[in-house]
Design a protein around this ligand. Structure first.
Ligand code: LER
Ligand code: MN
Length: 268
């Protein structure tokens, strides 16, 4: 497998905080993505009840697309539950919903991400212990199901820990599980990392999946990130996997998707 390209999509009732290009019936999104030349779609989900597995499997057959990633930020965005929440009930709810989506990932052969769902570190609370406990429980299930969790560094304006690839790599190495990898997002890296290309190469052994958006979170080509150089760094580090366009649907979804894939394909 070389480098493949996915598009982030969500069901039509998805929250506005989902950074997806198509917010539509999965069938419509997948048919459009296939026509534009994507290899897969990343599904942003809130709960496993949103997915009718037999019909998704049919769509995979019909379109030839893969579903390489189930993203889980909406679990947090919907009700604020997360792995470090001071209330146990909210931490348990975050884990329960996450494990439900992990079953979907297992059925579809997808990775699953943890971004905002990890929560924040709160002074005077054992939030780091909570994080380690809930990550440990998530990883136990991941190993039983054979699903890889991709931990995403997210910039400081959205979350207060694991902002850079360096921080995230250290935590991944400490948790020491073959089912835990990293999902760098070049939008966040542009804020947090000393060098996007440098980090992609330095942590190549951990990188399982990469989010692409330009510096302004519009389609690659609309901002000032150098995607030729970023893609060359991935190639130099022998990256094999998906880069996924997780970006704002501007100026409107069809244009964003088409521009994004055209820019990326030119450099691949
Ligand atoms: C999610 O993948 C992401 O990149 C976050 O910025 C969402 O807050
Ligand atoms: Mn992202």
């Amino acid at each position: 497998m070389s480098i493949k390209v996915a598009l982030a999509v969500a069901p039509e009732n998805a929250l506005m905080s989902a950074f997806v290009v198509f917010r539509d019936k999965l069938e419509h999104s997948m048919l459009k993505a296939a026509k534009l030349g994507f290899d897969g779609v990343e599904l942003a989900l809130l709960s496993k009840d949103q997915v009718d597995l037999p019909s998704v499997k049919n769509l995979i057959k019909q379109t030839g697309l893969e579903i390489p990633m189930i993203s889980t930020g909406q679990i947090f965005a919907d009700t604020g539950v997360n792995f470090t929440h001071p209330e146990k009930e909210k931490r348990e709810k975050a884990l329960k919903d996450f494990l439900g989506l992990m079953e979907v990932a297992s059925e579809l052969g997808s990775l699953i991400n943890i971004g905002r769902l990890r929560g924040t570190l709160n002074e005077g609370s054992p939030s780091l212990d909570y994080f380690n406990e809930y990550m440990g429980r998530a990883l136990e299930r991941a190993s039983a199901l054979g699903v890889t969790i991709a931990l995403e560094p997210v910039n400081r304006y959205e979350i207060n820990f694991l902002n850079s690839c360096e921080d995230t790599a250290e935590v991944i190495r400490n948790l020491d599980s073959p089912y835990l990898k990293m999902m760098p997002d070049v939008f966040h890296m542009n804020i947090e990392d000393p060098s996007i290309e440098g980090s992609l190469m330095k942590y190549a052994d951990l990188v399982a999946y990469v989010h692409f958006a330009d510096s302004n979170r519009w389609a690659p080509g609309r901002g000032h990130l150098d995607f030729l150089s970023i893609i060359n760094a991935l190639k130099l580090s022998a990256f094999e996997g998906y880069v996924s366009l997780e970006m704002l649907p501007f100026p409107e979804p069809d244009t964003a998707a088409a521009e994004g894939i055209n820019t990326i394909r030119k450099y691949l």
